[in-house]
Design a protein around this ligand. Structure first.
Ligand code: GRF
Length: 230
């Protein structure tokens, strides 16, 4: 069965484009609605150009009944927040618990929360001195950037990075990670348990398990050496 996905986006929608292209190729899910809190969002124009239903959310995305209505009219099974900057009303979060995902351009639980979006996230990462950033895809709960983390992907921070060079490196990984996690969730291979923890049907789908996919320390050392020398 093809899962029906609604995408919420506030701005240019490059994650939406990446998700659409991936689902066109890989199947298993399709985008049936694009919604935005901003009538001028490029994501809406893009959707209309492809014959995908496009809606502007009333009251800047604060009208819970309005959102529930358009989601039910489009028979959406899942909601993906792809560059959506508003807090989703709690009634909607409750109705889609375990069926709503968000992509954040840093490694949560650091560098998230209210006001942490766009260039501010990358500025905070650079100011912290960390050598590692990368996208996080998580289930959405009632608090900004707080729900259970499904997957993250490490992206290096270089000493000469600016907000914009770091943002584009992380964005490249977002475009690869979000579609894959969306398919995992839409196919039931990853789900949110009653206790708020992630359950993976297969160990290889369990978050960043790939990093330790190789059990031999020699192989791990080799991989470190090729990354940092030594
Ligand atoms: C992405 O970096 C996303 O993680 C963040 O906002 C940016 C949106 O980019 N929440 P786009 O609209 O998908 O191009």
């Amino acid at each position: 069965m093809t899962a029906r996905i609604a995408v919420f986006a506030s701005g240019r929608g490059s994650n939406l484009h990446a998700l659409y292209a991936h689902l066109e190729r890989a199947g298993g899910a399709e985008i049936v609605l694009v919604a935005s809190d901003r009538a001028s969002s490029e994501a809406l124009t893009w959707a209309r150009g492809r014959g995908i239903a496009a809606s502007t959310l009333d009251s800047g995305g604060n009208d819970a009944n309005g959102i529930l209505h358009i989601l039910s009219a489009s028979r959406a099974d899942y909601v993906v927040l792809a560059g959506y900057l508003r807090l989703v009303p709690p009634e909607v979060v409750r109705a889609f618990r375990g069926r709503m995902l968000n992509v954040h351009p840093a490694l949560l639980p650091a560098f998230g929360g209210p006001g942490m979006y766009g260039a501010r996230v990358h500025r905070a990462v650079l100011a912290s001195g960390t050598r590692l950033s990368g996208p996080t895809v998580h289930f959405v709960d009632e608090i900004y950037d707080h729900g259970a983390i499904i997957a993250q992907w490490p992206v290096p921070v270089f000493s000469d990075d600016t907000e914009s060079t770091l943002a584009s490196r992380v964005l490249r990984a977002e475009h690869l990670l979000l579609p894959r996690v969306t398919r995992l969730v839409a196919s039931g291979r990853i789900r949110l348990n009653e206790d708020g923890r992630i359950a993976a049907a297969e160990p290889q789908h369990d978050g960043a398990a790939f990093l330790f996919a190789t059990p031999e320390d020699d192989a791990l050392a080799e991989s470190m050496a090729s990354a940092i020398g030594g």
